[in-house]
Design a protein around this ligand. Structure first.
Ligand SMILES: NC(=O)c1ccc[n+]([C@@H]2O[C@H](COP(=O)([O-])OP(=O)(O)OC[C@H]3O[C@@H](n4cnc5c(N)ncnc54)[C@H](O)[C@@H]3O)[C@@H](O)[C@H]2O)c1
Ligand SMILES: [Zn+2]
Length: 382
């Protein structure tokens, strides 16, 4: 088991990464000194995965917690809506949760983001524990305190900063994931490699493809769990470090975590959130690297190396196919750049790669739109 502490003064919290953590969750929660009432929030899909929910409930009950369970309706991005938020708030009230109670989010980034928002607002704030069950949630969304729901025209447009009390990243919970969900999550891990950790990038180049082959057959062995642990540990460490130094994204550092995301959010919004986040981030990083290259900030070698890794590990790397599927046109995409909440006083920020392990934040200049348009054209969007 590996442990990272996120240092945020008195709001510090541990991230535990290892196998068999769900079965010991009761002890871990007890150590937090929280009240005995707990609401576990998950979705039907995760709940169907045999062992996860029962194992968590059993462990919490054994440690003396009273457990309530609430399942979100869809099991995908549609759950990050005002309707599901209201349903959850009402469920918390019906179960009579109070300020001493705790909300436990068992699921992927969608469950985590919605639960974070609900926990930060219900009764003006109750304790939150993340039990992330996708690779993306373990390396990214559970860490750092960003919570959100989507508006029809803006992803993650309403949210809060609210740190959890504990994150339990149980590697065994990933064994039931299908290979597509792994592929979607790999985009964020590639992102960490590019922005800060060449060793992680090389680890992915060396081991990623073999891992995916075994994940496809649901045949992960002990070497795969060691790979997962190393990858999740390295990624979580970067995220924790960035969050410690720039918790509310006011100092510029946290912006680097948005590498590939300016483009990704535009694509996701244009697809009306039918496009998986990881797929959009993969394409977003390809677009950002091409943009950086055209501006003379990075080399074609870097663009090609990143492209090869994204093609090997992430879902679709063909913008052309995605554009056909979701009917993207430049006319439809361009205005969506302005909706991104990273826009500062009308200026659009891009995180651009310089070399492996180094990125820079730049504001788009007027002429850049020509360049961006030409990249979209080259990649099949007119
Ligand atoms: N808060 C943040 O800082 C942050 C960062 C990155 C992404 N996000 C958000 O995270 C979301 C994406 O998260 P995601 O990729 O985890 O998607 P997700 O939560 O939709 O999960 C992917 C799919 O896997 C299923 N699933 C989850 N755990 C499973 C398990 N153990 N076995 C089988 N199936 C399982 C889910 O039900 C879902 O169908 C987006 O909404 C994105 O905006 C937030
Ligand atoms: Zn992301």
């Amino acid at each position: 088991m590996k442990k990272i502490t996120v240092h945020l003064g008195e709001r510090f919290y541990p991230i535990m990464i290892g196998r068999g953590l769900l079965a010991k969750a009761g002890n871990s929660l007890k150590a937090l000194g929280i009240g005995q009432k707990v609401m576990i929030v998950s979705n039907r899909r995760v709940a169907r995965e045999g062992k996860l929910l029962p194992s968590l409930v059993r462990s919490l009950k054994r440690s003396g917690f009273t457990c309530h369970i609430h399942l979100l309706s869809f099991g995908d991005e549609r759950d990050k809506s005002e309707k599901e938020l209201f349903r959850l708030w009402n469920a918390l009230l019906e179960a009579r949760l109070d300020r001493t109670s705790t909300l436990v989010a068992l699921g992927g980034g969608v469950v985590g983001d919605l639960c974070g928002f609900a926990a930060s607002t219900y009764a003006r704030g109750i304790s939150l524990v993340h039990v992330p069950t996708t690779l993306l949630a373990q390396v990214d969304s559970a860490i750092g305190g960003k919570t959100a729901i989507d508006l029809p025209k803006g992803k993650n447009m309403v949210g809060t900063f609210y740190q959890p009390k504990l994150i339990l990243s149980d590697l065994d919970s990933l064994a039931t994931l299908d290979v597509q969900t792994f592929q979607n999550s790999f985009a964020e891990v590639v992102k960490y490699g590019v922005i800060r950790d060449p060793k992680l990038f090389k680890l992915l180049e060396r081991r990623g493809t073999v891992f995916l082959k075994r994940a496809k057959k649901h045949a992960l062995g002990s070497s795969d769990f060691r790979f997962l642990e190393e990858m999740i540990y390295r990624s979580s460490k970067i995220k924790a470090l960035v969050v410690e130094r720039d918790e509310r994204e006011t100092k510029g550092l946290r912006t680097i975590l948005n590498y590939g995301h300016t483009f990704a959010h535009v694509l996701e919004t244009a697809s009306r959130y039918r496009m998986p986040h990881g797929e959009a981030v993969g394409l977003g990083m390809i677009l950002a690297a091409k943009f950086a290259c055209k501006l003379g900030r990075t080399t074609t070698d870097f663009v090609d190396r990143q492209l090869a890794l994204i093609r090997a590990l992430c879902p679709a790397s063909s913008l052309r196919k995605v554009a056909q599927k979701y009917y993207f046109t430049w006319k439809k995409l361009k205005p969506l750049f302005q909706h991104d909440k990273k826009v500062v006083a009308g200026d659009i920020r891009f995180v651009l790669p310089i070399r492996l392990g180094k990125v820079q934040v730049v504001f788009a200049q007027k002429n850049d739109w020509q360049i961006i348009r030409s990249i979209f054209q080259e990649m099949g969007v007119d």
